[in-house]
Design a protein around this ligand. Structure first.
Ligand SMILES: [Zn+2]
Ligand SMILES: [Zn+2]
Length: 338
C-alpha cells in the first residue's frame, strides 16, 4: 500500500473476491516502473492515482480463480493483463483512439500476492504468457506497448538516425525498438555515465553525457551537422522537450514522449515548424493491440527485455526496492517477487 511520499507499507489485506466475469491471478512477478517511482517520490500524480492504494501496474502470474461467465482464461494459465482497458463504446474508442478512451479503467495492485482483474480487462487486455517467457519479462509488456505505439507514430524507418534523450527504462526500450525498426544510428543522452554505458551495451551507437558536453552540438556533429531524423524525449521535463526541438534535422520528427509535471508549457519556434518543416508529436499510453504486439515481440525474442531487469527483490522489501531505485545509478528495473 502506498500512503504518501516515500510511505510504502506491506500490509495484510483481504484476498480479493471474484465476481462475475472477473479473474484472480497469483502474481509471479511485478516490475518497477518510472511512473511508480514518480508516485513514490512525489506522492501523487494528477489523475493517475488516489492515495492510499495498492500499488504497481506491471505484472504477470497464474490464474487461480475465475468468476461466473468466464470462458477464458482457465485456472493455472499463465497470464498478464492491463494496466488499462478501454470501453470500446465511447466517441474516442469508436474513432479508434483507444488510448484516449473517455471511460478507461486502470488496474493497480501488482505489488501483492494476488491481483483481481476486472471483467472488461479480461475481455480486452489480458493475454496468455507463453512458456518460454518469464513472469518478469511478461510484466514489461506494458511499458514496451507504450513505446511501440510512440515509435510507430514517430514512423522510424530503415536508415534513420534517432536521438533519444534519457537512458532510463523508457529511453532504453525506445533504443531497442528503434534498432529493430531499422535505425542506422541511435544516439543517447543522459546525465549518468553508468546509464550511458548500459545503453551502449544494449546497442546505442553513440552516447553523450549532457552534463559534460552540449547534447545539441554533439548530436549535430554526429549527424553531419543536420540533426537527427527523429528525436525522442524520454525524460518528461519541459527543458528537454525544448532541447529535443534543437536536435532534429529540418523535415524531421520530434516525439515528445516523457510526461511533464502538470501545468507546464514549452516554447516552439514558428520558423522551425514552418520553414524547418519539423513535425512535433505527442504520445500518451497505448492500446490493447499494442499490448498484444509487445508480448509477441518479447516472446519471439525480437525485443530482448531481459537485461532491463537488473535485480530481483522479495515483496517484503518493496520499500527498499524503491529506495534502491532512487539511490542507484545502475538499476533499471527491479522485479518484485511475492
Ligand atoms: Zn509502467
Ligand atoms: Zn472508450
Amino acid at each position: 500500500m502506498i500512503y504518501g511520499v516515500k510511505d510504502l507499507r506491506t500490509e495484510e489485506i483481504p484476498k480479493p473476491e471474484v465476481g462475475d466475469g472477473e479473474v484472480l491471478v497469483k502474481v509471479g512477478a511485478a516490475t518497477t516502473c518510472g511512473t511508480d517511482l514518480k508516485i513514490f517520490q512525489r506522492g501523487y500524480v494528477e489523475g493517475v492515482i488516489k492515495l492510499p492504494t495498492v500499488f504497481g501496474h506491471e505484472w504477470a502470474g497464474d490464474v487461480v480463480e475465475v468468476g461466473k461467465g468466464v470462458s477464458w482464461p482457465e485456472v493455472d494459465m499463465r497470464v498478464r493483463a492491463g494496466n488499462s482497458a478501454p470501453c470500446l463504446r465511447c466517441h474516442m474508442c469508436r474513432r479508434g483512439s483507444f488510448n484516449m478512451c473517455e471511460d478507461m479503467i486502470w488496474l493497480w495492485g501488482a505489488y501483492a500476492e494476488y491481483i483481481k482483474v476486472p471483467a472488461r480487462m479480461v475481455l480486452v487486455n489480458m493475454q496468455e504468457v507463453p512458456k518460454n517467457v518469464s513472469y518478469e519479462e511478461a510484466a514489461i509488456t506494458e511499458p514496451l506497448a507504450c513505446v511501440l505505439r510512440g515509435a510507430e507514430k514517430a514512423d522510424i524507418k530503415l536508415g534513420d538516425s534517432v536521438a533519444i534523450i534519457g537512458a532510463g527504462p523508457i529511453g532504453l526500450l525506445h533504443l531497442l525498438t528503434a534498432k529493430k525498426m531499422g535505425a542506422e544510428k541511435v544516439i543517447m543522452t543522459d546525465l549518468v555515465n553508468e546509464r550511458l554505458e548500459f545503453a551502449r551495451q544494449l546497442g546505442a551507437d553513440d552516447v553523450v553525457n549532457a552534463g559534460n558536453e552540449d547534447p545539441v552540438k554533439r548530436t549535430k556533429e554526429l549527424t553531419q551537422n543536420y540533426g537527427a531524423d527523429i528525436v525522442i524525449e524520454a525524460i518528461g521535463q519541459p527543458s528537454t522537450w525544448e532541447q529535443a526541438l534543437r536536435m532534429v534535422r529540418k523535415g524531421g520528427t520530434v516525439l515528445e514522449f516523457g510526461g511533464c509535471p502538470p501545468n507546464t508549457e514549452i516554447k516552439v519556434s514558428t520558423e522551425l515548424l514552418h520553414y524547418g518543416d519539423v513535425t512535433v508529436i505527442g504520445a500518451f499510453h497505448t492500446t490493447p493491440a499494442h499490448f498484444k504486439k509487445a508480448l509477441n515481440l518479447i516472446a519471439s525474442g525480437t525485443i530482448n527485455v531481459k537485461p532491463l531487469i537488473t535485480r530481483k527483490m522479495p515483496l517484503t522489501r518493496i520499500k527498499d526496492a524503491f529506495e534502491t531505485l532512487v539511490a542507484s545509478k545502475k538499476d533499471v528495473k527491479i522485479a518484485i517477487i511475492p
